[in-house]
Design a protein around this ligand. Sequence first.
Ligand SMILES: *[C@@H]1O[C@H](CO)[C@@H](O)[C@H](O)[C@H]1NC(C)=O
Ligand SMILES: *[C@@H]1O[C@H](CO)[C@@H](O)[C@H](O)[C@H]1NC(C)=O
Length: 183
Amino acid sequence: MTPSSILFIILQLCSLQLMAVSMPTCQMQANVVKETHQALRDLGGSFPAHCLQYNVNISFPYSAFPATTAGHPHCRRASAVVYESLKGMQQIFEDELPAEEGGVNWDNTKLSTFMILQDRLLEQGSCLSTVSPNVLMSYFSNVTAVVQQENSAVCGWKALMRDVLEVLEIAQLKHETCFTRRR
Ligand SMILES: *[C@@H]1O[C@H](CO)[C@@H](O)[C@H](O)[C@H]1NC(C)=O
Ligand SMILES: *[C@@H]1O[C@H](CO)[C@@H](O)[C@H](O)[C@H]1NC(C)=O
């Protein structure tokens, strides 16, 4: 082998490595999905019957989840639904954090446990934000409208927590292969 062909091979290997590094390995971890789900359940409590009237305003588009459960495109989409749900929820928490007057009795320890896990998942899935069209836009603008009104704020929060809880449940039941396992 000539020195130049060896150099050529080395260059090829280097560029392969660069490609591997620059490809987004964007996956949320199964155990963090699970812990986030548990933390949200602890935080949320039950859904009050008097809030059922707001189901007209707040109805999560579950059809955003892929129907099939095989292959890479399916996983991208399922993960993106999880990502966007958490991202939207985080935004609402930041902008409209329900204070005492919202009538929600927040347990601050549970709230911060949940928010830390939510942050971690969003970090793990951060490259997903660029791959999905924002299918949940109308959902979140409805939630915002409901939590911004004093007499419906509590119901808005409860509905949001109910829906994101369901999203995390579906993700684990039907799309569990999309999340990496800790070794
Ligand atoms: C948003 O609210 C309107 C009613 O105000 C309702 O018709 C629509 O289905 C809601 N969309 C979502 C995604 O919740
Ligand atoms: C809920 O939807 C109804 C029907 O579209 C609308 O009139 C009402 O203002 C909405 N309520 C809130 C709190 O957004």
